[in-house]
Design a protein around this ligand. Structure first.
Ligand SMILES: [Zn+2]
Length: 221
């Protein structure tokens, strides 16, 4: 099963991805991390992407798609892949569809985490992440506090706040997100692949919830 995660910045996609990875044995591709990794490893695609980024341009879709192709192959033995951060628009969704089709695969579910903007802003400002990249645990000073202030429960590393997790940046990102996602949500709706989960930031997403969503989705198809 391949899942596309939809939802604004700070809507909980990271948490849902981690839980899907853990409970469904799925691979997880976060596009932002993928770019950073390819650039750090100085792969051919990473170097190309870096050129665009250096000029302040967006990385073209064909480069991203080729990176995704490589990533998917790494996850061959998993029960599908969770896509987090791609596609962001209909054009990219179609490109993803074509690429998966070449591999005899498809998108099986577009999971839309629908959270009010005010919630997203509040949650984002309170978010802290584990500084240990291997761990990547996500905390929230309001909703999911670490046991010891500033320290990751799982690996004991320091918790940090992402530079972008402030109100001004998040409000701007939400504006862009709404402009882009409207069509994308309609696109998956038309294909009968959309499953919308109405959430609030105060809700702690659990393994049981993920299981229930997947069951409901499959039942209603
Ligand atoms: Zn940690």
């Amino acid at each position: 099963m391949n899942i596309v995660l939809l939802g604004g910045p700070g809507s909980g996609k990271g948490t849902v991805s981690n839980l899907l990875e853990e409970t469904q044995n799925m691979g997880h591709i976060a596009t932002g991390d993928m770019f950073r990794e390819e650039i750090k490893n100085e792969t051919d695609l990473g170097k190309k992407a870096q050129e665009y980024i250096n000029k302040g341009n967006l990385v073209p879709d064909d480069i991203t798609i080729n990176m995704l192709k490589g990533k998917i192959n790494q996850f061959k033995d998993f029960h599908g892949v969770v896509f987090d951060g791609f596609p962001r628009n209909v054009e990219q969704a179609k490109a993803l569809e074509d690429m998966l089709e070449e591999q005899g695969q498809k998108v099986d579910l577009a999971l839309f985490l629908d959270i009010p903007d005010e919630d997203i802003i509040y949650r984002t400002v309170k978010r802290r992440i584990c500084s240990n990249k291997e761990c990547g645990a996500i905390y929230n000073l309001e909703y999911k506090k670490p046991k010891v202030d500033g320290i990751c429960d799982i690996c004991g590393s320091k918790l940090i706040q992402r530079k972008d997790d402030n109100e001004e940046t998040i409000t701007e990102r939400l504006k862009v997100y709404h402009e882009q996602s409207k069509e994308l949500i309609e696109f998956y709706e038309e294909q009968n692949l959309l499953y919308r989960v109405k959430l609030h930031a105060s809700v702690n997403i659990t393994k049981e919830m993920i299981k229930e969503w997947l069951e409901n989705y499959n039942k209603n198809r």
